[in-house]
Write a protein that binds this ligand. Structure first.
Ligand code: BG6
Length: 459
């Protein structure tokens, strides 16, 4: 075996509540911001397919977990839905808690380590109405929700994640208009980012102070910024993109403080939110036990080609333009570059500059359109996905060989799922979901992944 991993290496998959559960209106669940967004703007969703139309994990979890067991995965990350567990945002729904307990137990019985995320994009709409991540009240409510989850499931769960990709609802909701509440306003984005970090920090501090068993961390989507050239203007463009999109959450999560260069830049443009010293101290004290990294693609940038209109709304894009590198390899379905070296660069950066924190690749995968074109004898022959995962795993292996504390790899996703605004356009699963009858069929990648896990490595 040329690329062997350690015996306890996590080989698993990741998914999320909203993207798998369905039954949005069943039981006592109240709408999340996604249910509401679909209600008011169905045209924003691919083929007008909304969050109700998922594969029904809320009911089919036993069967799906059996397939995971057969594939041999040893760990699985999914999230809890706050709006389902605590429909009014504050009080537990006993039936929902019992069902989540059963899902977690079922995973454990199958020998699959559950990694539970508290917030994967789906804020209860009632909390959104209270101001969402702009409101201090919502931070308090989130901490109470986190505490309830630790109390309810702490005897079963040893690995907790506060937020999945906290920057995405900030960018989507307040900068680029693709998540509810569909705004473009940097001041709100900065406030929402800070409040999210504070909510994360308070949950982490509570977890440690109350001495709950297990570990807690955060999942960040890191997109390393690569400059077009070594010209100082291009290098500066990449540095600023990195400050906005990576270091804005990475530095406070791992080092307990915001990058000085980001603070100076925001101050210069009069965009720095006013925050209290007490809140900064809370963030400073919150040290995560582990980090999850979601990696899909790099960010290539160049110095801006046009002058900024100073009267236009302040945006991170004032400092760089996207760069289309000639010869880049693309996943054209998603419009994302395929660059396995990026995962190595992230792990190496974490090793050299962030104390080599224990880290796992919490999402990596490839969403492809019209996968039916690859069906042979009833099975999707997704050689491109196998190649994608293999190349990224080799890069992970190289980083580990050089000393990275990477302890796992999770593929996004196990079964094709509903992808926010893209519905079922791009399929990510190791299993194909037939939308006509909801049947699950292993793709070639599922068998390949099973062999990889069995051999604990690849040639
Ligand atoms: C990550 C998210 O950003 O990427 C997932 O954590 C998401 O929830 C995945 O589904 C793939 O992105 P998309 O937009 O193609 O679904």
């Amino acid at each position: 075996m040329r690329y062997r991993f350690t015996d306890n290496f996590w080989f698993g998959c990741a998914e999320s509540a909203t993207q798998t559960e369905g039954f949005c209106a069943a039981g006592g669940k109240t709408p999340s911001n996604w249910d509401h967004a679909f209600k008011i703007s169905p045209h924003r969703f691919f083929n007008q397919t909304g969050p109700e139309e998922t594969r029904g994990f809320w009911q089919n979890y036993r069967e799906d977990i059996q397939l995971m067991r057969e594939t041999g995965i040893n760990s699985y990350r999914t999230s809890l839905s706050w709006a389902r567990l605590m429909p009014d945002g504050y009080h537990l729904d006993e039936a929902a808690a019992a069902r989540y307990r059963d899902i977690i137990l079922c995973l454990k019985e199958a020998g699959i380590e559950p990694i539970i995320t508290l917030m994967h994009f789906d804020l209860p709409f009632l909390m959104q109405q209270k101001g969402g991540w702009l409101s201090a009240q919502v931070i308090d409510a989130f901490v109470r929700y986190a505490e309830t989850c630790f109390d309810q499931f702490g005897d079963l769960v040893s690995h907790w994640i506060t937020f999945n990709e906290p920057i995405v609802p900030v960018e989507g909701g307040y900068l680029y208009d693709f998540h509810y509440p569909f705004k473009r306003d940097f001041a709100s984005a900065a406030r929402a980012a800070f409040n999210t970090q504070l909510a994360h920090a308070r949950a982490v501090n509570l977890f440690h102070e109350r001495r709950y068993a297990g570990k807690i961390g955060i999942v960040l989507n890191l997109t390393p910024s690569y400059p077009r050239s070594e010209h100082p203007a291009d290098v500066y463009a990449a540095e600023v993109a990195d400050l906005f999109f990576n270091k804005s959450f990475l530095e406070p999560s791992l080092n307990g403080r915001y990058p000085e260069k980001l603070i100076a830049l925001l101050k210069h443009y009069d965009q720095l939110p006013v925050v209290s010293e007490d809140d900064l101290q809370i963030i400073a004290h919150a040290r995560v036990d582990m980090l999850g990294v979601n990696y899909y693609h790099p960010r290539r940038v160049q110095a801006r080609q046009t002058a900024i209109n100073p009267a236009s709304p302040f945006m991170p894009d004032w400092f760089f333009d996207a760069y289309e590198m000639p010869g880049r390899i693309m996943n054209t379905s998603r419009g994302w570059e395929i660059y396995p070296q990026g995962i190595y660069d992230i792990l190496t950066d974490l090793r050299l500059n962030y104390g080599n924190i224990p880290v796992f690749i919490s999402e990596n995968g490839m969403g492809v359109e019209n996968e039916e074109r690859w069906i042979e004898a009833g099975q999707v022959n997704d050689a491109y996905r196998i190649d994608f995962i293999r190349q990224h795993l080799i890069a992970v292996h190289q980083a580990i060989n050089e000393g990275s504390h990477c302890f796992g790899y999770h593929c996004w996703t196990f079964i094709d799922n509903w992808s926010w605004l893209n519905g079922y356009k791009n399929r990510y699963g190791l299993y194909r979901l037939d939308l006509k009858n909801m049947q699950r069929t292993p793709k070639a990648s599922a068998q390949w992944y099973a062999a990889l896990i069995k051999n604990n490595g690849l040639n």
